[in-house]
Every structure is written in C-alpha cells, then in structure tokens.
Design a protein around this ligand. Structure first.
Ligand code: PHE
Length: 337
C-alpha cells in the first residue's frame, strides 16, 4: 500500500498540465468524490496499526502535493485566457481621454495674458511665516485688518501658518530681486472659512506686482483694462471703486460690467449689473521699505484675484464646491474648451 502511495507522489511531482481541461481532470482524478485520495483515506482502517502513522503522513503529503500543483497552474491558464481575449488590432478608443481642470485652464489663461506684457511667474511655499504673509505687508501683529483673512495656524506656533494669499510670494520676490519687477504669483491659498457655494477654505489666486520708477495709478488702470478685455471680451467695461488693503495705498476694487439681461444677471450682480473681480492698489511705501526697495525712487502697483471666481463667471458655474469635488461628469465638460 505504502509503495502505491509513493508511486503516486512521484507521478504527481512529474505532472505538467497541458490545458485547463487537463488540470481539471487531474483534480477530479485525485480530489473528486470517488477520487484516488478518498479511496486511500477509506483504506486507512485496513492498514495494520503499526503502519498507520507512516501511511497517514504519506497520503497527507500526496494530498498537499496535488493541491499545490493545482494552485500553481490555475492562474497561468486564467492569464493566458485574458491575453488571448485582447484584440491587439482593435483601434484605440478615445472616449476615456482626460481633460484639464477648469481651475488650471483659467490659471493658464490669466498667466498667458500677463506673460504677453512681460510678467513672469514666481512661486513660493504654501506654509509661511508671519513675516511674509502679514508683517512685511504692513500688517503687524494685532492689526485689526488681519481679521479680513481668517488664518490656519500650524499647531500652536503663531509664526507658522498656511498662506492666506499669494502676496507672500511677492514679498519673497521683492526681497530677492531688484526693480524693475513684473511678476505674477498663481497658487493655492487657505482661509478658515465655512464651506458654501460662494466660499471655501482652500482656493486659488493669481496676484500681480509691477515695480519701477514712475509707475502710476494710470498704469494700473490700463493694465487691468487690458486684462479684462482679453479675459472677458473686447467690449468689456470696467470701473474702479475705492477700497482698503493694508499693503496698498490708495486701494481699489475692480468691477466689470456684466449687464442685466436676465434674472440670473440680477441675482449675481445684486441688481447693479457690475461684478467685482479683483482687489488692487499702489504698493504702500512701507511694504517697499520692508523689502529693501527705495520707496523714494520706486513705486508700483499690485493686484490679486481669485481663480475660482473668474472661472465661475467665465463658465457660468454657480457652486464653487464643484471645483473641488472632481466629479467626472462636471470635469468632462471642459475637455473641448
Ligand atoms: N492680497 C489680497 C487678498 O488676498 C488681494 C490684493 C492683492 C489686493 C494686491 C490688493 C493688492 O485679498
């Protein structure tokens, strides 16, 4: 009996299945209800007691070997089947092609418009210190205008925070470069705001900075008029409203004329026809001095806008959260733009 089991062990060891069907027959032959192993287990009682231990061990070995063989080969047949199923001559379907995110599209467009008049992109860290985000920008500790930008601080250290605007990048740029300066800082910013259709705690900005001798408010206005026309069309009208930012003096907000053609125009412009798109102003001399630029010799202007806001206007999106959810049905619509 023992020799018979030994013979089967050798046979199984040398077995190589030729096909999935062959392997299946092998399985039935050994492990099937009336298979060889069940027969061997059944003959166990007839074995003399002193041989039982050895016999038991050898049929267990045989059983494990059979199972191992099956496990080793079963996957290889499945993979082979998969490969055989792929039709390599089939044309590639293009329907799964991705698209740029609308925020990237608008950012690239803004950057391109300002590139054409000599602004170059500068980038900086999203985790900032108090100096670059606030103090250098004429916003000392305890300044009430800090409330305009609810801030996320890192742990309990008030000197480490998530930047609330990309003006911090412009401070870095001024510290490291001499005028004339024409730079554009796109990037992600963070504010501790409740998330709604109009606000989010993470959003994107593009800020611009121009510093040279004799830069005037007229230069700012012409630059912004050029931008508004490139972005929203040749007929776009703009107006500047006085405003307040600690880092610019005088400061203004730029509105574009949206019109009052339908209900939705009344709603988004609050019945005025005008829409605010950015903040701007002449760089405060204190800021220039903080960055080691001679404010007697140089002057400059700065502006900053939210990319989400521009994208909402441009594409008629009425809920800012859509830009962050990445629902493919939403994103797909931008693939042909
Ligand atoms: N940094 C301002 C903000 O984030 C925008 C701004 C930039 C305003 C430059 C004026 C000049 O709200």
């Amino acid at each position: 009996m023992l020799e018979k089991v030994q013979e089967l062990v050798e046979k199984v060891e040398g077995y190589v299945p030729k096909s999935e069907e062959d392997l299946n027959n092998f399985r039935i032959k050994y492990l099937g209800k009336r298979g060889l192993l069940n027969n061997l287990f059944a003959s166990f009682k007839k074995i003399p007691n002193e041989q039982k231990k050895e016999f038991g061990a050898s049929i267990n070995k045989l059983k494990n070997l059979v199972q191992e063989k099956i496990d080793t080969y079963i996957d290889s047949f499945e993979e082979e089947e998969l490969v055989n199923d792929i039709d390599l001559t089939k044309p590639i379907g293009l329907d799964g092609l991705g698209s740029r995110h609308p925020i990237s599209l608008v950012r690239n467009q803004i950057v391109e418009i300002f590139n054409r008049i000599g602004f170059i992109v500068s980038e900086g860290p999203e985790i900032e210190g108090d100096w670059h985000n606030f103090s250098a920008l004429n916003l000392p500790q305890e300044h009430p205008a800090r409330d305009m930008q609810d801030t996320f601080f890192i742990q309990t250290n008030p000197d480490v925070l998530l930047r609330t605007h990309t003006s911090s990048v412009q401070v870095r740029y001024m510290e490291n470069n001499k005028p004339p300066i024409r730079t554009l800082s796109p990037g992600r910013v963070y504010r501790n705001e409740a998330i709604s259709a109009r606000a989010h705690c993470i959003f994107h900005q593009v800020e611009g900075l121009y510093i040279d001798e004799n830069v005037s408010f007229a230069d700012l206005k012409q630059t912004l008029l050029y931008f508004a026309k490139e972005m929203f069309g040749e007929k776009t009208k703009i107006r500047l409203r006085p405003s307040y930012f600690p880092f610019t003096e005088p400061s203004a907000e730029l509105d574009i004329y949206w019109g009052l053609k339908n209900d939705s125009d009344y709603r988004i412009t609050k019945g005025t026809g005008w829409l605010e798109i950015l903040g701007c102003g002449m760089v405060d001399p204190n800021v220039l001095e903080n960055c080691k630029i001679d404010s007697k010799k140089y002057s400059g202007f700065a502006f900053g806008m939210g990319i989400e806001r521009i994208a909402m206007l441009k594409y008629g999106v009425n809920d800012l959260r859509l830009f962050f959810e990445n629902d493919v049905r939403f994103l797909k619509q931008f693939s042909l733009i």
